[in-house]
Write a protein that binds this ligand. Sequence first.
Ligand SMILES: NC(=O)C1=CN([C@@H]2O[C@H](COP(=O)(O)OP(=O)(O)OC[C@H]3O[C@@H](n4cnc5c(N)ncnc54)[C@H](OP(=O)(O)O)[C@@H]3O)[C@@H](O)[C@H]2O)C=CC1
Ligand SMILES: CC[C@](O)(C(C)=O)C(=O)O
Ligand SMILES: [Mg+2]
Ligand SMILES: [Mg+2]
Length: 515
Amino acid sequence: FAPSAFTAKPTTALQGFSSKVFETQEVSFADTKETIVKGGRDLFPLLPKAFEGIERIGVIGWGSQAPAQAQNLKDSLAECGADIKVTIGLREGSSSWEQAKEVGFSEDEETLGEMFDVISKSDLVVLLISDAAQAKLYKEIFEAMKPGATLGLSHGFLLGHLDSIGEKFPEDMDVIAVCPKGMGPSVRRLYEQGKEVNGAGINSSFGVHQDVSGKATDLALGWGIALGSPFMFETTLRSEYKSDIYGERGILLGAVHGIVESLYRRYQRQGMSPEQAFLESSESITGNIVKIISTQGIKAVYDSLNDEDKVTFQTAYSASYKPAKEILQEIYDEVSSGNEIRTVIMHGARLDRYPVGKIDGTDTWKVGEKVRAERDEENIPLNPFTAGVYVATMMAQIDVLLEEGHPYSEVVNESVIEAVDSLCPYMHYRGVAFMVDNCSFTAKTGSRKWAPRFDYILDQLAYTAVDNGAAINEELIADFEKHTVHQAVEECCKLRPAVDISLFAETSTKEIVIQ
Ligand SMILES: NC(=O)C1=CN([C@@H]2O[C@H](COP(=O)(O)OP(=O)(O)OC[C@H]3O[C@@H](n4cnc5c(N)ncnc54)[C@H](OP(=O)(O)O)[C@@H]3O)[C@@H](O)[C@H]2O)C=CC1
Ligand SMILES: CC[C@](O)(C(C)=O)C(=O)O
Ligand SMILES: [Mg+2]
Ligand SMILES: [Mg+2]
């Protein structure tokens, strides 16, 4: 196995963009340059121009993203004095109705209503119902939209579905996507924290799929700035759905879950108590490793180890990289072939009979609850074996995305920043389900499907290799040390202020309901 012998496909063809409203900035990532727009509250006065012609924004749904996006949009537009009504649209009999009312949306003020009615009255329809529901209802949604209205998505999933059935968006409408690279509750939480720190928030990618009006780019950028994104980077809807569906099945959710389960068992087999095993696996990742990555980058995890621990890291890294990459490449292929999109849609159709199950009732997470209750935040160990497995999987995820031609900004956000800034803090706070089940239906189903695959392959191939005395793969370690992604992570991190998400009992998180 020669890790450096890959041929990367050319970077996904970005359309390139310019803005009439916001300043753009060029950023160098390794041997490539990308154009981005930096966000910040100081840009709010420009929002009325970006939203020109928009009188009503219909935010459809109330899952993970909608509560965050609707409230952030409402607050930002109010702050800049824009006369734009943010209205929530829900299906008849929706159990979310009361929750939307609790945060100030109401029928009386015409800021809460039946979804098709809201869609028909909106100039920008921000479609935040589940991806499976979008695939089921898209025809009625397109028909309900008024002429000249813009369709706003936070995912490329619907395009992936339309591609696979040979259909297209109606040609006469603008279609844009603003895709926060973090779960909904973190989009709201960091926005609230950002009231004190200019620019704190969750980065978003944006894509302009159809621009009939000539205003689509500025509207997308304005939407991202109003959400509080520290920076917005360009993507295409196809590149977005591939990287997003892949990323959440990988290190963001599925892989980290599988890694913890496999290590928790391994450490007990080696003689640790369940509590110690949880501390050395899950806690080590969420309470130590990701914090180092968030502030100093991926390689700093390795650099912080002493010589003996470096050897343990190298051993775990060498044994884990290839098995993890095998599953990751399989996920990528399943996503880009359309198979994974079909899986999500079929699961959506079975949901009444087979609801999404509980993932944290097992021994691992029961012990985790106990460990969290007694946690000494300052003394969480950095287990070098755990670090080797986790970092190898993260690097394998990065390599697959780069080999498949994704731009660095997308790779870094979808494999590193989202994990360490948005998701792992939730797992650290209240366990794996609190992280996974605050994400989309697409992510929840995919994480449940792929986590066991990471668990098994690590157990079956990586740990057995270590136990059988497999040698360190020097070439692989050298590739890791000089990897181009380290500079890209550093650049991306410079573009956001250093704010750790602070979670406490009263988060703005929508309560997780496992049906
Ligand atoms: N979760 C996240 O943080 C992120 C999500 N996204 C994308 O944002 C979009 C929304 O995802 P997310 O917020 O997670 O929501 P979910 O995937 O959890 O979907 C929940 C919402 O879908 C609604 N819904 C489900 N079925 C139907 C139906 N048949 N008719 C009408 N409404 C229905 C639910 O309605 P009800 O309230 O009535 O149950 C609920 O409001 C997706 O495109 C997703 O990929 C993008 C970035 C991050
Ligand atoms: C990681 C899961 C996610 O893609 C997200 C929060 O970005 C989702 O679909 O929920
Ligand atoms: Mg995502
Ligand atoms: Mg997703």
